[in-house]
Design a protein around this ligand. Structure first.
Ligand code: BGP
Length: 466
């Protein structure tokens, strides 16, 4: 039987736009998602899980199920409807009320400053491709530090890599641009620079608490032992993992990392020039991150691919439909011997162990790790208030075992946040891809604990993985 440390934090994760609903009330400004989803016409973020009104219920459930901490984000456009300038006091009051409710119930809020929801005014001017957004983001973050003194844990960004690639490579997020590596790399770099700026504001300002960044990290393995496949996996790893961890923990890009990115750009007849002055700020921040947040769901096997880029993103849960072949990078190929979800995400808990030990070896100044998201997207079946989600328990058990083994092997993992606390809406999949410990009936907004919630409570109480 495996054990977790006594002080290991067991949390639940959410994000403002996916949970709150109330996207157009009490002075909230627009985000690109509002019109994007309305145009697609499949679903909207209204009412999502109605966290805007139901938060006392969700926080009471945390207390009842021994969930120590809740990860949530502040919707930038609820505070600054235009991204800067006029403050919306109702938005400020809302977050103070949520945090007070958490603290009253002994639930620690872990706050993300940006989770895929740049205010539309700034998004329309290029989002993080435009350096003006960096300045407004730094001001917004500084406002948060000054205003929300009750918060002890801050993450600057959620998932820089998926944001940049979903916006400019796969095009599944607005503004739906595909295969534009100039934009991908510029966006990644600008967000890492913005992260560094905010970390330096936090540390230079003497604010209390911990600050870090949340990266989505998905290990890359070669599909075969052919040299070309080994190389393709390395290129994909450089783009999706090393580029961000180099920026975070070194404050510059290793030559080997930058060479692989140059290779991708050249094969796509593109180029990017970075401002050398950015690295001064990034180097200053590199040893000031208090923690690394890791979102981890899936691992990839990569094969060499020389053709044009072709993609099909499985957003409906029709198994076996995903295609990912990217010119200059490679092809991600499913391993038929491994289980995968209905959305074609390979389930491979060993990947999390490999990732944690990789970070310890390659970026030894990481200090602490929180698993800030992990979980199973599943078509849960509701039967008279009972949800027997054995598949989710199995998924969690496997990943917790990997974490416990990594801790035994010296990786400093301090906590885990399941994605998601309760069912929320999924950006590109809508409402049938459920992740929660608590089932949400989206019609009535009633919550029902799933079987996994009882399993999670037991682990939280005993720190024993059964
Ligand atoms: C991460 C995001 C979350 C959440 C999760 C599950 O990328 O940080 O916001 O959406 O993935 O993804 P999906 O809903 O696409 O299954």
């Amino acid at each position: 039987m495996l054990h977790l440390p006594e002080d290991f934090i067991m949390g639940g994760a959410t994000a403002a736009y996916q949970a709150e609903g109330a996207v157009q009330i009490d002075g909230k400004g627009a985000v690109a998602w509002d019109s994007f989803l309305a145009e697609k016409g499949r679903y909207t973020a209204e009412p999502a899980s109605d966290f805007y009104h139901q938060y006392p219920v969700d926080i009471a459930l945390c207390k009842q199920f021994n969930i120590d901490s809740v990860r949530l984000s502040i919707a930038w456009s609820r505070i600054f409807p235009d991204g800067y300038g006029k403050i919306n006091q109702k938005g400020v009051d809302f977050y103070h009320a949520v945090f007070a409710e958490c603290i009253k119930n002994g639930v620690t809020p872990f706050v993300t400053i940006h989770h895929f929801d740049t205010p539309k005014t700034l998004f329309d001017k290029g989002d993080f491709l435009n350096r003006e957004t960096i300045e407004h983001f730094v001001s917004f973050a500084t406002f948060c530090f000054d205003e929300f003194k009750e918060i002890q844990y801050w993450s600057t960004f959620n998932e820089i890599y998926p944001l940049a690639t979903n916006q400019y490579l796969t095009g599944v997020f607005p503004p739906e641009i595909q295969f534009d590596f100039e934009k991908v790399i510029t966006c990644l770099h600008h967000m890492m620079y913005a992260h560094a700026r905010v970390v330096n504001v936090f540390k230079d300002g003497g604010y209390q608490g911990e600050i870090g960044v949340v990266h989505s990290l998905e290990p890359k393995y070669p599909y075969s032992d052919k040299l070309a496949d080994i190389h393709a996996a390395k290129v994909d790893e450089a783009l999706s993992i090393r580029f961000l961890l180099d920026a975070t923990y070194l404050g510059y890009y290793r030559q080997s990392t930058w060479e692989m990115l140059t290779e991708i750009l050249e094969k796509n007849q593109m180029s990017v020039t970075l401002d050398p002055a950015d690295f001064i700020e990034m180097k200053k921040a590199a040893n000031r991150n208090d923690f690394l947040g890791i979102n981890h769901y899936v691992s990839h096997w990569v094969r060499a691919y020389e053709g044009e880029s072709t993609l099909f993103y499985n957003t409906t849960g029709e198994k076996g439909t995903q295609v990912y072949r990217i010119k200059g990078v490679g092809e991600r190929v499913p391993r038929e011997d491994l289980p995968k979800t209905d959305w074609d995400w390979i389930i491979y808990p060993q990947g999390l162990y490999d990732l944690l030990t990789f970070i310890k070896e390659e970026y030894p100044n990481y200090k602490q790790i929180y698993i800030t998201e992990n979980g199973l997207g599943f078509k849960d079946e509701y039967q008279d208030g009972i949800i027997m989600d054995e598949a989710r328990i199995e998924y969690l058990r496997g990943h917790f075992k990997s974490i416990a083994r990594a801790i035994e092997d010296g990786v400093n993992v301090r906590g885990y946040f399941i994605w998601s606390l309760m069912d929320v809406f999924s950006w590109v999949n809508g409402y049938n891809k459920r992740y929660g410990l608590f089932y949400v009936d989206f019609e009535t907004q009633k919550r029902y604990p799933k079987e996994s919630a009882y399993w999670y409570k037991f682990v939280s109480q005993t720190k024993t993985i059964i």
